[in-house]
Design a protein around this ligand. Structure first.
Ligand SMILES: [Mg+2]
Length: 117
């Protein structure tokens, strides 16, 4: 069964405002490894879709931050991760039954060629 990673945008992705440590190339690599990818952000869904489309990445989901639980219902997976930069991300992740990864932990895992723990 696949693993799923949800990304916050601002402060998390390199294209966020402020930019975060997760590059779009990292996202592509994870997708290439078979991860189900999407975003969960305070940005509107249409903005999230535009960001991914602008970078040629086809994602499985784009949801508002309080809708993470719906992603879990829609996509059964071996693991559900949410990568974010704030306490709000951590809380949203835990409430939805996701494992929370800070941006730093996620980057460290990727740089080591490891999948997130
Ligand atoms: Mg953020």
């Amino acid at each position: 069964m696949a693993k799923l990673i949800s990304f916050d945008i601002d402060g998390t992705l390199e294209v966020g405002d402020p930019p975060g440590g997760i590059t779009m190339e990292m996202v592509r690599r994870l997708q290439g490894l078979g991860y189900l990818i999407g975003s969960c952000s305070d940005r509107t869904v249409s903005e999230q879709q535009r960001i991914w489309r602008d970078h040629g990445i086809e994602v499985e989901f784009t949801v508002l931050k309080h809708r993470l639980e719906a992603v879990k219902e829609q996509f059964p997976a071996e693991e559900h991760y949410h990568v974010g930069d704030t306490e709000t991300d951590r809380r949203a992740a835990l409430q939805a039954g996701f494992s929370f990864l800070s941006v730093g932990d996620a980057v460290a895992g990727l740089l080591n060629g490891l999948t997130p723990q």
